[in-house]
Write a protein that binds this ligand. Sequence first.
Ligand code: MTE
Length: 318
Amino acid sequence: MPMLIRTTSDVAPSQITPKSVYLRRRAFLERAIAMGLVLPLLPAQALAVGARKLSGRPGPFSASEKQTPYKDVTTYNNFYEFGTGKDEPAIYAPKMKTRPWAVTVDGEVKRGGVFGIEDLLKLAPMQDRVYRHRCVEAWSMVIPWVGYPLAELIKRVEPTGRAKYVAFTTKLDPETMVGTRLPLLDWPYVEGLRLDEAMHPLTLLTFGLYGELLPNQNGAPVRVVVPWKYGFKSAKSIVRVTFTEQQPKTAWNEAAPNEYGFYSNVNPNVDHPRWSQARERRIGEDGFFTPKRKTLMFNGYANQVAELYAGMDLKKFF
Ligand code: MTE
């Protein structure tokens, strides 16, 4: 068997770089990196996300199920601004500029304003939370997100007594977002929640996944994750958070109101008009012929959220 690891005694003195040369070479490289002449040698994925690690303390509500591989989480995406193909966001989204980035908080709030992304990152302690993620297209993943409850931001901006809903407006840049050149949706993508849903401790203002900053295709630099609702409620690349008295118009609901309700809670008993919602395919784990798994009410978060909808007809308010 060939020897792959050489011990020091295998290395001839002539092969060892003198320390002075090594130090000069290193100083040169550091200066070149600082001047932006060469990029530090990092794995391609790390470069694509700006190579910044982001993790937090373990947060509550984490699922113990097997996590979907990083590769699937970051290459099988819905981000229609970059095209309708699942592979297109990973191809086109890296062009989106995520710095500088600001999020405007306005509407029915006492202390609204413009928050720079670096300030938002520091607003509350980061938490690691593994959530089930169920798409309306009947596939699912299990993703380790990094963020903090959206309630942390909401408490700081002090909604007025009239605030009943929160709308999330996302980035619109036709230059880099090739998908927005087609009138698929009424751009920019807008999503919304009732204020109590937005304040729920499960609702995560999300900045990272798998211990690093969000890749662009997953909604960098900031998105929401609402794990008991179909994935489209979890708006990516947010630039505005608006508190309103009236239920906001949302992109998918406007495009097809009989298919995508405002609530869109995961509900195996209410089918999409064109397909069943009773079962789901777990991405990365199941093969095409593997039986689909049963979809759980509220995506398995019924104990935490069912009371938000007590007395509501969930067939009517789908
Ligand atoms: N946010 C924006 N701005 N644009 C989108 O097209 N797609 C939604 C949601 N957020 C979407 C979006 C849908 S349909 C899903 S399933 C999730 O993002 C996918 O998130 P993921 O790619 O991180 O899994």
